[in-house]
Design a protein around this ligand. Structure first.
Ligand code: HDE
Length: 709
């Protein structure tokens, strides 16, 4: 990972659009008033119309105790603008965090695609990425159990390409027509307005239990993938099968994958719940702080490329978004790396107003007949009008292409382009008279749709049907479950048990159990036992469930990267702590790529064995759930005192319960004992073995600390 100062260099967040027709120009408001980063006239407060304000403390009144005057345009404008600050939040994915960055091609693939970002090794393309939860509102917390959105806008030389994916490679439904039902069911219940940002309630599981096609996605959503440690430690997927088309017009199918350079990591469920209280902005803060300190998060972009012949040979339909292609069957080829290197200057202007559209493709990228994708092509354009209020949302800086754009679309609300001349239609012959006739279509280089239809599509009749192979709803759900390690299987069974325990409608639980039997008998039995329910008969399945070869690539734990890179270690200290031990821990952690955060009962400065130290955080506000490992640098006296402080005991108990490394000075023993810490590989002294242990989680410890389903 590149490390260099990152703070908001002003590179390219403004549109370079040169026009909207013939001769046009755009007067960006930010240029007229305050330029990005360097306001032109910071000294003087003005109204929106540029009139200097003499008094921003008192409104205009008739006498010192009289009524406020309608004439006070300064007051009226200020309150009027404030009253209208809010825009509708996204109907899904409302809570999100974004950043700017760059995509660099590491392997040119002109034989596969003519898309501009992939034409030359080393080619850089500006990007904006936004990560989100799905169900919660914009002000909800960062760590609920939920799918995460993973949307990337590539500002390519030939227009914007938006790869609007998730951190899970499959989806709940196969056909876009079911999306409103799915989302209504998972959002807060219509009559009572709760629960917020949670799937553990009646209506969601009612819908799921009636939609067997959701079973594969449910396995993912109930797995540790849905409680990521950091947005920087998640994979991303394009989900659908797309097409790549080369300059000769030859097309191949492709699936997109993002692989985090920091490796994947998740939290424990109990930890995720506690983080929600300790720091509702846990993921947003983590992303912002990492970029701000020059620890730029990065992901490799990988492709699974295949042709019709491969597609036809699979036991599932590649147009079905509830199916994946195991990496072991079709390896992923890495073609580039995305590095996020610049935080937004303004959350609303950029992250909130970012409009991603799966229909934004560029020459060289095309769609397929996936019925889920086809529905999305309509929805996203439509939703921007209702959210951003105008068809001119593409002129907002974060959405504007960096390459020139010219066309004859005109006017509309909030038009900021200023087209000149008469040419606002085409064809025209104005150029023959020496006038600017405006742009023309470009048959050679313009976007052309890949015309060949999938051979297996007869295409002649209009039908409301699903293709036959879409009927297998369980084989890949089974594949996912059986590809997990034992601890991950236990987490998954426990997550379903927990969620169903929140479902008051008993027939819904029973129906879901009947589906789980088709996924895996043992899983169904474990959930039933966890709920103390009888196992019902298996639900009838529309197609035969096949046992696919396990795909170890689907496990987080089996592929864990043991590193302190991007991880944060807490050092708990108090009166008399050994200054040398604190700095030794700090340097070992930093040497291994991690960062340290000091925690003490008081923040203002505590006397150590030598000198004093101000803590980064106060104990009560810095619980161990916010860190990847903890070091306890305490004297016996301080540890004894802290055994009577609940926050300190909980700090250690949670670190142990969340399977983290605990490094402890000899003096810390009383606190370890009070917190019920038992010696194991993850409980170390403060030497080199601590820095090594801190890079891991200790899943072997789990049976000692919780009863899993
Ligand atoms: Fe979305 N989705 N979606 N979705 N989606 C939206 O668009 C929709 C689907 C995804 O950071 C909305 O601008 C339909 C799959 C992300 O701004 C909306 C269907 C995948 C984001 C919409 C799907 C996604 C959205 C709401 C079924 C993964 C956030 C606001 C056909 C491949 C993007 C907006 C951001 C947002 C519709 C299914 C990912 C309403 C109709 C599958 C990451 O247009």
């Amino acid at each position: 990972m590149a490390k260099s100062p990152s703070r908001n260099s002003s590179a390219g967040a403004r549109p370079t659009a040169t026009g909207n027709g013939g001769e046009t120009h755009q007067q960006a408001p930010m240029e007229r008033g305050a330029k990005r980063g360097e306001p032109q006239d910071t000294a003087h407060l003005t109204t929106n119309h540029g009139v200097r304000i003499s008094d921003n403390q008192n409104s205009l009144r008739a006498g010192s105790r009289g009524p406020t005057l309608l004439e006070d345009f300064v007051l009226r404008e200020k309150i009027f603008h404030f009253d209208h600050e809010r825009i509708p939040e996204r109907i899904v994915h409302a809570r999100g965090s974004g950043a700017h960055g760059v995509f660099e091609c590491t392997r040119a693939i002109p034989e596969l695609t003519k898309a501009a970002p992939f034409q030359a090794k080393g080619k850089q393309t500006e990007v904006f990425a936004r990560f989100s939860t799905v169900a919660g509102g914009a002000g909800s917390v960062d760590t609920p159990r939920d799918v995460r959105g993973f949307a990337v806008k590539f500002y390519t030389d030939e227009g914007n390409w938006d790869l609007v994916g998730n951190n899970i490679p499959v989806f709940f439904i196969q056909d876009a027509i079911k999306f409103p039902d799915l989302i209504h069911s998972v959002k807060m219940e219509a009559d009572r307005g709760y629960p917020q940002a949670a799937s553990a309630h009646d209506t969601f599981w009612d819908f799921i239990s009636l939609m067997p096609e959701s079973m594969h996605m449910i396995m993912w959503a109930m797995s540790d993938r849905a409680i990521p440690r950091s947005l920087r430690m998640m994979e991303g997927f394009g989900v659908h099968t797309f097409r790549m088309v080369n300059a000769k017009g030859e097309g191949k199918f492709v699936k997109f994958h993002w692989k985090p350079v920091l490796g994947m990591q998740s939290t424990c469920w109990d930890e995720a719940v506690k983080i929600a209280g300790a720091d509702p902005d846990f993921h947003r803060r983590d992303l912002f702080e990492a970029i701000d300190s020059g620890n730029f998060p990065a992901w490799d972009l990988g492709l699974q490329v295949f042709d019709e012949e491969f597609a036809a040979a699979q036991p599932y339909d590649v147009l079905d978004a509830t199916k994946l292609i195991p990496e072991e069957v079709l390896p992923i080829q890495i073609v580039g790396r995305m590095t996020l290197n610049r935080n937004v200057d303004n959350f609303f202007a950029e992250t909130e107003q970012a409009a991603f559209l799966p229909s934004n493709v560029v020459p060289g990228i095309d769609f397929t007949n996936d019925p889920l994708l086809q529905g999305r092509l309509f929805s996203y354009l439509d939703t921007q009008k209702s959210r951003l209020g105008t068809t001119n949302f593409h002129q907002i800086p974060v959405n504007a292409p960096r390459c020139p754009m010219h066309n004859f679309q005109r006017d509309g609300m909030m038009q900021t382009m200023v087209p000149t001349g008469r040419a606002n239609y085409e064809p025209n012959s104005l150029a023959d008279n020496g006038e600017n006739g405006g742009p023309r279509e470009c048959p050679e280089t313009g976007f052309t749709t890949f015309t060949a239809n999938d051979e297996r599509n007869d295409g002649s009749e209009k039908l409301r049907v699903r293709a036959e192979l879409f009927a297998d709803h369980y084989s890949q759900a089974r594949l996912f479950f059986r590809s997990q390690t034992a601890p991950e299987q236990a987490h998954l069974a426990s997550a379903i048990t927990f969620e169903l325990s929140k479902v008051a409608l008993e027939p819904v639980r029973t129906r879901l159990l009947s589906r789980l039997r088709n996924v895996d008998e043992e899983l169904a039995a474990r959930v039933a036992a966890g709920l103390a329910m009888e196992l019902p008969a298996a639900a009838p399945a529309a197609a035969k469930t096949v046992d696919m070869d396990a795909s170890p690539a689907l496990s987080i734990i089996a592929n864990a990267k043991h590193t302190l890179d991007g991880r944060k270690v807490a050092i708990l200290f108090d009166e008399g702590s050994d200054a040398g031990e604190i700095s030794a821990v700090r340097s070992a952690v930093e040497k291994a790529g991690g960062t340290c955060f000091t925690v003490a009962p008081k923040v203002g400065g505590i006397a150590l064995s030598k000198g004093t130290l101000k803590a980064d955080g106060q104990l009560a506000g810095s619980p161990s759930v916010l860190f990847d490992a903890v070091a306890l640098v305490l004297t016996a006296e301080a540890a004894g005192k802290l055994t009577r402080e609940g926050a300190a005991v909980q700090f250690v108990m949670d670190a142990f319960g969340h399977l983290k490394a605990i490094g402890a000075s000899d003096g810390a023993k009383a606190l370890l004992d009070k917190a019920g810490v038992e010696k194991d590989e993850g409980v170390t002294g403060l030497g080199a073995d601590f820095a090594k242990a801190a890079a891991m989680r200790f899943y072997d410890r789990e049976p000692k600390v919780r009863m899993l389903a």
